[in-house]
Design a protein around this ligand. Structure first.
Ligand code: SOE
Length: 383
């Protein structure tokens, strides 16, 4: 694994736990973790259960006791590490968004396709596909329970930037993060909307905004999404703070998206609602063991949204977990991600979402930026 901060910790937990909960065809071995600060990476290895630590990712990807490289760094290093790891014969898991530009994502996808011909796999980490309730929603849509879709309504709301004194951490710097709420949160909801509908957006109209353009520089360590400010020095925010966009699906369904870190009081509120001619589904990540379902074919007197408690053994992923009603959380999505990737490796089958899927999300992100620059002009997504 390269990177050991928030996502590194989450992925480590996934790798550590997957083989203890699920019967896997191969056993993940946490061989080495890599980061630039020797003391901090040794501490991370100890805490997260990695057998050794490296300070140079180039040395890590060349090690012959490593089969798979998991990239948990900010977006500016995804392409370089993924290309080197694929060239060194490794399977690759890369955190979302796949890259910081369409060009990088294209190069990564081309390399992944060539590597696939040599038996190597590459996957991008859109972990919210692995919430049991979203996986259930996917199968209900695919079974046709909603019929023809009319509306896809998606928001991803956080509030950790509301305070203008919150420091200028890497997520607010374009040269490191690629974009702001758009790439960080928007990428998740684009992928989830496309995964649930089984369709790809054909075009978008977008607005983006940077509400606070100057912030204090960080004054110490960053932990998760928290950080402290330096006393005086400030710097420019170079990414969007929020993105709002509409989109069309080829079937004719209309979609709306909102991604922001300024939704005061909303902590990790990824919500999606699908309305079809026969019914509707709604999901809220802050209540992730539940899926709301309205069956529009029931007699009007009895119809209405009902809550499916997605904790039954015949729900996706749940046969290996706790008795009904005992609920899962955010971290379990990473366990499921590791499980699915290990199965794909053992079967030599292309895992989803592939780098090509990540590239297509990158194209949507680029179309959103282009549309926003032209004040919301409808912008087709390049295929
Ligand atoms: C921060 O906004 C963040 O940690 C994202 O980077 C993650 O992808 C998301 O899962 C939670 O929020």
């Amino acid at each position: 694994m390269v990177g050991y901060a928030f996502m590194g910790a989450a992925h480590s937990q996934g790798w550590r736990t997957a083989g203890r909960v699920f019967d896997l065809p191969r056993t993940p071995v946490l061989t080495a973790i890599c980061g630039r600060d020797a003391t901090a990476v040794r501490a991370a290895a100890e805490r997260h259960g990695w057998a050794s630590a490296e300070t140079d990712w180039r040395a890590l990807v060349e090690r012959d006791d490593i089969d798979l490289v998991d990239i948990c760094t900010p977006g500016d290093s995804h392409a370089e590490i993924a290309l080197a790891a694929l060239a060194a014969g490794k399977h690759v898991l890369c955190e979302k968004p796949l890259a910081n530009s369409v060009e990088e994502a294209e190069a990564m996808t081309a390399a992944a396709e060539q590597a696939y011909a040599r038996g190597q796999l590459a996957m991008v980490g859109f972990n919210y596909r692995r919430v049991p309730a979203t996986a259930l929603a996917r199968s209900m849509v695919a079974e046709g329970r909603l019929g023809r879709l009319r509306h896809v309504r998606v928001t991803y709301l956080q509030d950790w930037l509301v305070d203008p004194q919150f420091p200028l951490t890497w997520r607010l710097r374009k040269e490191i993060a690629g974009s702001g709420s758009l790439g960080d949160l928007g990428a998740h909801i684009i992928d989830l909307a496309q995964y649930l509908t089984g369709e790809r957006l054909s075009g978008v109209s977008a607005l983006t905004e940077t509400f606070v353009r100057e912030r204090p520089l960080p004054g110490g360590a960053v932990k998760g999404l928290s950080a402290v400010s330096a006393e005086t020095a400030t710097g420019q925010v170079t990414v969007d703070d929020a993105a709002v966009f509409t989109g069309r699906f080829p079937s004719g369904a209309l979609a709306s998206f909102e991604a922001t870190r300024y939704a005061t009081g909303r902590k990790n509120a990824l919500r999606i609602e699908l309305n079809g001619e026969h019914g509707s589904l709604a999901f809220d990540l802050e209540r992730l063991n539940e899926l709301s379902y309205h069956d529009g074919t029931e007699p009007g007197a009895h119809a209405g949204f009902r809550r499916i408690l997605v904790t039954e053994p015949d729900h996706p992923y749940l046969d290996a977990w706790w008795p009904p009603g005992h609920g899962l959380g955010y971290e379990h999505t990473f366990v499921h991600q590791a499980r699915d990737l290990v199965h794909a490796v053992a079967e030599g089958r292309q895992p989803e979402p592939s780098f090509a899927d990540g590239l297509q999300v990158q194209r949507v992100l680029a179309a959103v930026e282009e549309s926003a620059e032209k004040n919301s002009v409808y912008t087709p997504i390049a295929v």
